[in-house]
Structures are given as C-alpha cells and as structure tokens.
Design a protein around this ligand. Sequence first.
Ligand code: AMP
Ligand code: GLY
Length: 426
Amino acid sequence: MKILVIGSGGREHALAWKLAQSPRVKKVYVAPGNGGTATETRVENLPITDPQQLADFCIAEDIHLTVVGPEAPLAAGIVDYFRMRRLRIFGPTQGAAQLESSKAFAKAFMARHGIPTAAHRTFSDAAEAHAYIDTHGAPLVVKADGLAAGKGVVVALTLADAHAAVADMLEHNTYGVQHGEDGARVVIEDFLDGEEASFIVLVDGRNVVPLASSQDHKRLQDEDRGPNTGGMGAYSPAPVVTPEVHARVMREIILPTVQGMAAEGHDYTGFLYAGLMIDPQGHAKTLEFNCRLGDPETQPILMRLKSDLVTVFDAAIDGKLDKMELQWDRRTALAVVMAAPGYPEAPRLGGAISGIPKHADDLHVFHAGTRLEEGKLHTSGGRVLAVTALGDSVRMAQTRAYVGVRQIAFEGMQFRQDIGWRAIKR
Ligand code: AMP
Ligand code: GLY
C-alpha cells in the first residue's frame, strides 16, 4: 500500500521513515518533504501543498491513508476536506484543532471541564492588559492568541517585560500571528514552576492510546537560557512522568479533554499533545494543547516504537484503538537539534551541509530544514537536523547522539550541548 505524510519537518521525516518500515508499505509520499525524505528508502517527495491537489493525488494513486504532521493544515480544515472526499486521514477536524489554534478556546475549554491549567485572563484591549499586569505583578506569562510556531509566548519575569510583550503582541504583532475574526488577543496567565514534559496520545474519537513520554528543550541555549524556540532537543522516556504522574494525567487531563470535546460536538481524532508543567508533588497542569505530534519529540518517540505504525493508524481511523497496545524499545532515545545561524529570530539559510553519518540501528539523522539540490544538501529552515540516538541510559543515548553531531558541519550551526540534562541530574 501507499501512504501520504503531509509536512516537511523532522517530525514528518521520522513518520515517513517509520511508516516505510512496515511490511505492508510499498511507498510513502511526503508532501512536500525535505532533503532527508528525498533520499530515505521507499520514501518519495511530492511537491504539492494544495489540499485539493493532494486529495486528487490520493484518489489517482490509491493512497491507503494520509497522516498530517503540522498544525497549519489541520487548523485550515484539511481533515474535514479529505473526509468529504471520502479519503482516509488521521488528524483532528478544524473544530477539534481549535484546542491548539486558539489559546483562548483552549483555556475556556479547560475551565468548562475542570482541567488543571494556570489561571488566566484574555484581553483584546491593550490598556486593560497593561492595567491587569500592574495589579497582578510579575512573574507572568503573556501568550499571543493564534498560531505562532511556538514563538508567541513570553515568560515575563519583570513588569517591564510583561508590558513590552503586550505592546509587541497587541499593538505591533511582532510575532506575525495569524489573527482570528476578532483581531489580536493575548492570554495572560500565572507563572507555573516545575518541570515540563510532553504527553502525547492517539485518539480515535473515544479511545485513547498514550505514546511514550518525552521531554523537549524549548530554550535556545544550554541551561535553558536564551529565547524560546520550537524545540532544541528531546528525549524519551521522561523520568519526571512516573507511573503515578502518568495515571493522574490520563485521569485529570487527557480523558476529560477527549470526553469534553465529544460532548461539545467535536469528536477528537488524531494526536493530542498536552504540554505539561509538573510540580515537585507530581501534580500536572496543562500549559498548552497541540493537535499534532511534537517536533522534535516525535524523533525519539518513533525511534523507540516497535509496533507497526500503519496498523496503529488504521486502528485509529477505524475507531478501534481500544484493541491497540503499543510496544516500545526499553532503551532511551535522545535527539539533538542542529539549527541554522540566526535561529530563531532570523535564520540565515542556504549553507552547505556535510558529514551526515550513515544510519545505524542506534542512530538516525532526521532532516527538518534541508533541501537537496543537484545531489548536494543545503540548509533551508531554522531547525536543520535532529540527530537521534538510542542508548541503554540517557547518558549513553546522549553520548551516541553527540558523536553523530560532531561529524556534521554547516556554517554557523547552533546546537545545545546539554540535551537530557534534567534526566541525567535526577
Ligand atoms: P506554550 O507554547 O504555551 O507551551 O509556551 C511555551 C513555553 O513557555 C512552555 O514550554 C513553557 O516553557 C513556557 N510557559 C508557558 N506557559 C507557562 C506558565 N504558565 N508558567 C511557566 N512557563 C510557561
Ligand atoms: N516541540 C514542541 C512542539 O512541537 O510543540
């Protein structure tokens, strides 16, 4: 059978790589793909992004199922459209994807259903937002309402930072957020202290199957300093998600979300990603929902998945996840992201990449922002590569990944030296 993956990042490379290993799969198309998916075995890039043309392709080529990687096509309603064309697709509808595409929707939804999250207020009026900041005091977190590729969040430790963030988001739209019909809005929420984890599950409308836990590294620099990014590295499993924390998150966050969405007429299908803040007592609060897999979390998670991913997606699309149990490699997987110079503010692209190590059982370099031109690899996006390794411990996976990283070169490359540090410190 043939499969279609929509997207062009490291997450989509990992999905395509994993799907292509299924004995049931003849070809995985990635639309539009990148320099890594261009050379992966049984994977082929498809230079199409228009949903109508993609649906035409699926019909013409008898594509068995489609998986959507990024949030933008989901928020634009590609699942609704494919279903209308009677095509098999895994992802949430436009209505369900509001959990990610609108922070205001997500916060109001969590309040309606008693799902733990930071207390918040939503503002469209800048003067009111500034006044609220002065009465509340710092620290505070200011979030633009809309899709901002992980960059529309400012953790303001001082009043001045909080005021500046409101000015940026409501007055100047510095982050280039796509606004809804009501114009610019910000969510201002209480600062939460603790350790973050990514909790991602598969949902078929009613049944939920959790993926292995993971932890991302959002800040650009070592020791979690510097600006927020889309993610500079990740590993799985995340020891902060103990069996007790896991059970509590399923009970207090995931199941109420899936049931609440169904009760509100948005049967949730697809990946559901809860970004968690876990306090020292093991109580988790939801920082955000994403309606997709995480990037770079997907790369280590899928390195550890032993089950056939096509079978998993078939069960999910057919509403049979209650019959599904996933098998995991007991080792740790760890991914180090290599980013372009100037990332995240203004990445400089086009540099030649050399030295990518050969794939091995315990090492795979997933491409994100790369392009293959006349057989040569160049950078084409802010996050360029995710060097992903398996090891018997976090430390061993880390060592193996950095051996891979040190073989690779491109001008101005940026990467963190400390991916996995929280798990190693434990
Ligand atoms: P978000 O896109 O909402 O997950 O926010 C991006 C990052 O900002 C998160 O991964 C956290 O590191 C940080 N953050 C967001 N909300 C809060 C909060 N209420 N308290 C502390 N840190 C936060
Ligand atoms: N790595 C964070 C995200 O995918 O949202």
